[in-house]
Design a protein around this ligand. Structure first.
Ligand code: COA
Length: 259
């Protein structure tokens, strides 16, 4: 049972990038279960269509649009379509990300750039589109899914750690610039989330396996996102909320990568 009241996001429109699978899908569903109309956008239409059917089967109003967040013109089309159909865009969750475990010596310039382009440039692209088309005039809430990496060195994750540190920095700057317009911008930094593609792939390079580290569930991330999107967080902006079960505050619980 949810700790949030059922109609908390009644009448609100939420866009979750990468909402077809994994954490993004759980975030989208959780907003929908609390009354929001939910738009999901990611690269593969077939994945989106399946996710949309599932959301609709649960009584959730949903739009699913294929989009590569690296392409600003595609992003603008998505945002404009949502506003054309539903008349607003109250909450943006920048969840879409690309990652793979690799040592720096095995990263080409294009490999590094690809992750920066998806995670950092993509977050900028969608935030800017939401700002231009709706939030500049009407306010809103943006939640960026970050990573608990910006204060640490993380082997096998130099590309993703750099990209996500950039997202944290962008979160803070956008929070400052857009505060007078009633737009709050926050981050949620998930620790290792069980049963997601990202952690499954990363675990191939982990030296300590599940049980040694601290793992959280996608629903824990969704709860933090809903809180930050809600009026309960109306005075919170520019924050990056760690949802990692205490893994980063306890050095002995940090997932260790081979280096
Ligand atoms: N190790 C080193 N380099 C890798 C790599 C790996 N495991 N996987 C991809 N790359 C490199 C590619 O070789 C390429 O570089 P090159 O052109 O110099 O050869 C570059 O990264 C781009 O890869 P490509 O597959 O062409 O890019 P894409 O845009 O189609 O997809 C990702 C990029 C990140 C989305 C893709 O790697 C992927 O599907 N990842 C898994 C899914 C995912 O990211 N889920 C989210 C988890 S948080």
């Amino acid at each position: 049972m949810s700790v949030f009241c059922q109609g908390l996001f009644e009448g609100k429109v939420v866009l979750v990038t990468g909402g077809g699978t994994g954490i993004g899908n759980v975030i989208a569903r959780t907003f929908g279960e609390h009354g929001a109309k939910v738009a999901i956008a990611s690269r593969k239409q077939v994945v989106l269509d399946a996710a949309k059917e599932e959301l609709k089967a649960n009584g959730i109003e949903c739009i699913a649009i294929a989009c590569d967040i690296r392409k600003p013109e595609m992003v603008a089309l998505v945002v404009n379509e949502i506003i054309a159909v539903w008349g607003s865009l109250d909450v943006l969750v920048n969840n879409a990300a690309g990652n793979f475990p690799a040592r720096i010596e095995d990263l080409s310039a294009n490999a590094f750039k690809t992750v920066i382009d998806i995670d950092l440039q993509g977050t900028f692209n969608v935030s800017k589109a939401a700002f231009d088309a709706w939030m500049k005039e009407n306010g809103g809430a943006i939640i960026n899914i970050t990573a608990p990496y910006e204060n640490f060195g993380v082997a096998w994750q130099a590309h993703a750690a750099a990209a996500k540190a950039g997202v944290v920095s962008f979160t803070r700057s956008a929070a400052v610039e857009w505060r007078p317009l009633g737009i709050r911008v926050n981050g949620v930094a998930p620790g290792g989330v069980l049963q997601t593609e990202g952690i499954d792939r990363l675990q191939e390079s982990l030296t300590n396996k599940p049980g040694a580290g601290v793992y959280v569930e996608a629903g824990d991330i969704a709860s933090a996102v809903l809180f930050l999107a809600s009026d309960a967080a109306r005075c919170i902006t520019g924050e990056n909320l760690y949802v990692d079960g205490g893994a980063t505050v306890d050095m002995t619980k940090m997932a260790a990568y081979e280096s």
